[in-house]
Ligand binder design. Structure first.
Ligand code: GSH
Length: 206
């Protein structure tokens, strides 16, 4: 094993790491460590290595921590002996990184909505705030469908991986949200991306 990974089978950020590892042929170099990350009940063992207490958090051989998902994906990419990279170093480099940030931003809003409905006591919920997060998801989906679509389908790089994990998380936690409606190109792209062995091997559970 090259790295140990605090993980959760339901986490879309952890999924990014698994997808990257499968795409680059290094999944067998990762040992999954159990974890119980949560914004209220924190996992002290994760906090010891990653002050945010969040997963994914990777540990290298000397217990050196690597986080968050973007940095771990780049690390995983660097482990691969095979040709290629999910982080192109050519002119598209910063556009790919920005697309990854957009996928993560959609995920951030998804997670906040999830915590709001699954964790926050009902009496403390704030509908306008929830709607504000949903609006971020919707504008993110619109941006993927339009401005970012050409880059999204140009290879399967870190930006595509983040977007695919965000769409997968929407299906997993918000099945009632009909995101395909109004985003036909994105829906077709995701149907194809979901057939990749890396996406199948990391299907969310929990
Ligand atoms: N920016 C981080 C976000 C990670 C994150 O939010 N992970 C969630 C699980 S899906 C978590 O650990 N939540 C626990 C918490 O908020 O303390 C990344 O890209 O890795």
């Amino acid at each position: 094993m090259t790295i140990r990974l605090f993980h959760s089978p339901a986490s879309p950020y952890v999924r990014k790491v698994w997808v990257a590892a499968h795409e680059r042929g290094v999944a067998d170099q990762i040992e999954a460590l159990p974890s119980a990350a949560g914004p209220v009940q924190r996992d002290a063992e994760i906090v010891r290595h990653n002050a945010s207490g969040k997963v994914p958090c990777a540990l290298l051989a000397d217990d050196e921590p690597v986080f968050d998902s973007r940095v771990i994906c780049a690390y995983v990419d660097s482990l691969a002996a095979a040709e290629g990279t999910i982080y192109p170093q050519d002119a598209s480099r910063f556009r790919v990184l920005t697309l990854e940030a957009l996928g993560d931003a959609i995920l951030d809003a998804c997670l906040l909505c999830r915590y709001e409905t699954a964790m926050r006591p009902e009496a403390l919920r704030w509908q306008e705030w929830f709607d504000g997060q949903m609006a971020k998801i919707d504008s993110g989906l619109d941006a993927l469908e339009t401005r970012w679509f050409a880059l999204l389908e140009d290879g399967f790089h870190a930006g595509s991986i983040a977007a695919a994990c965000a769409l997968g998380y929407l299906d997993f936690r918000f099945p009632e949200k009909d995101w395909r409606n109004g985003h036909p190109k994105l829906a077709a792209w995701f149907a194809e991306a979901s057939e990749r062995p890396s996406m199948k091997a990391s299907f969310p559970r929990g």
